[in-house]
Design a protein around this ligand. Structure first.
Ligand SMILES: O=c1nc2n(C[C@H](O)[C@H](O)[C@H](O)CO)c3cc(O)ccc3cc-2c(=O)[nH]1
Length: 319
């Protein structure tokens, strides 16, 4: 079976680890990774969501954080600060720097991001094919208003330095409108037997992937059933600040609202947590099959059960 998942960072990567546990030998998992979180720092290109998937599935992730490497040190970061070279609010560790140096070196040599990602994954062996949503530069910016007035800040500054405390007035994936789907992306979607939307951020992760011209239409037209898992449990995001960016696009932070935001032209099935069982009728009425199953990824067994439930729902809705 060919499974395609559109994934962002921490939630998506953790879900994929459970998916790997439940697929049969010979099944192929292709991950279309969000690159809108990418940021250029110290002359290096950092790809947080691609790296989180690669490190999580490759066994190098800092488990509690869900980003960056396990067993990190921050000597380079301290030296940069000693030179007064910022920003200091983004925690790049010494091991992580090597990834960004290799990536930037390969990009400078003319390799596209997709080839760079393949090369990095050759070391990490994540057990999935990780495709950037695009080889073109897309960077999500957030419009905010504070004492300096109204301005756009890079998503990472909004998320990490500002802790998403200010309302996000608009979310702009800069470059998305002229970006092309990365190599293999549309082909993987068309050839998929199942397409999954893991519990990633529906706006800045999966929404950004769908903003690349051609990808949303490809998912909508795909013969495969599309099943998503709610990132909202009990009316609140499990982690991160998804409610802040949902508000920016006028979507309430509920399990039902996110499903209807994707819409029945994209989704065939949607899983909600039992805490949101009241959403089942609303989602079903919206033309999307809906089931309530435990969605808290408390441990590998729980995550595997979620992945199994998603694949089962896909078979039930397969038209
Ligand atoms: O909250 C934080 N998130 C950090 N993240 C997480 C990042 O902001 C998120 O993973 C995504 O961009 C949101 O999904 C990093 C991710 C990387 O790949 C590399 C470095 C960082 C550093 C931080 C950090 O200092 N604080």
């Amino acid at each position: 079976m060919r499974i395609v998942a559109l994934a962002g960072g921490i939630g998506g990567a953790r879900f994929l680890r459970g998916l790997k546990d439940v697929v049969a030998p010979g099944d192929e998992i292709t991950v279309i990774g969000n690159t809108g979180d990418d940021i250029h720092l110290f002359g290096l290109k950092v790809c947080p969501d691609l790296d989180t998937v690669m490190y999580t599935l490759g066994g190098g992730i800092h488990e509690e954080q869900g980003w960056g490497r396990a067993g990190e040190s921050f000597a380079v970061k301290a030296e940069l600060a000693a030179y007064g070279v910022g920003p200091s609010w983004f925690g790049l560790g010494d091991k992580d720097f090597a990834t960004h140096i290799v990536r930037t070196q390969m990009l400078a040599a003319g390799y596209p991001l997709s080839a760079v990602t393949e090369a990095l994954c050759h070391r990490w062996q994540p057990g999935v094919r990780l495709l950037p949503m695009s080889d073109d530069r897309v960077e999500t910016h957030v419009r905010i208003t504070d004492e300096q007035g109204s301005r756009a800040v890079h998503f990472q500054e909004y998320w990490v330095r500002l802790h998403a405390e200010l309302p996000a007035e608009a979310i702009v994936p800069v470059g998305a409108d002229t970006a092309k789907p990365g190599p293999g992306v549309l082909e993987a979607i068309a050839a998929a037997d199942v397409i999954l939307f893991p519990p990633s951020n529906p706006v800045v992760s999966i929404g950004t992937i769908l903003a690349v011209p051609g990808i949303r239409a490809a998912v909508a037209a795909a013969p495969a059933p599309v099943v998503g898992l709610s990132p909202i449990i009990g009316g609140a995001p499990v982690r991160g600040m998804a409610d802040k960016v949902l508000a920016a696009v006028g979507v309430e932070a509920t399990a039902a609202a996110v499903a209807l935001h994707y819409g029945p032209e994209l989704l065939d099935g949607w899983l909600v947590d039992p805490a949101d069982a009241d959403a089942v009728d609303r989602v079903t009425a919206g033309g999307i099959a809906c089931r309530a199953v435990p969605l808290l990824m408390t441990d590998p067994a729980a995550t595997a059960a979620m992945a199994r439930a998603a694949l089962e729902l896909a078979e039930q809705v397969r038209g």
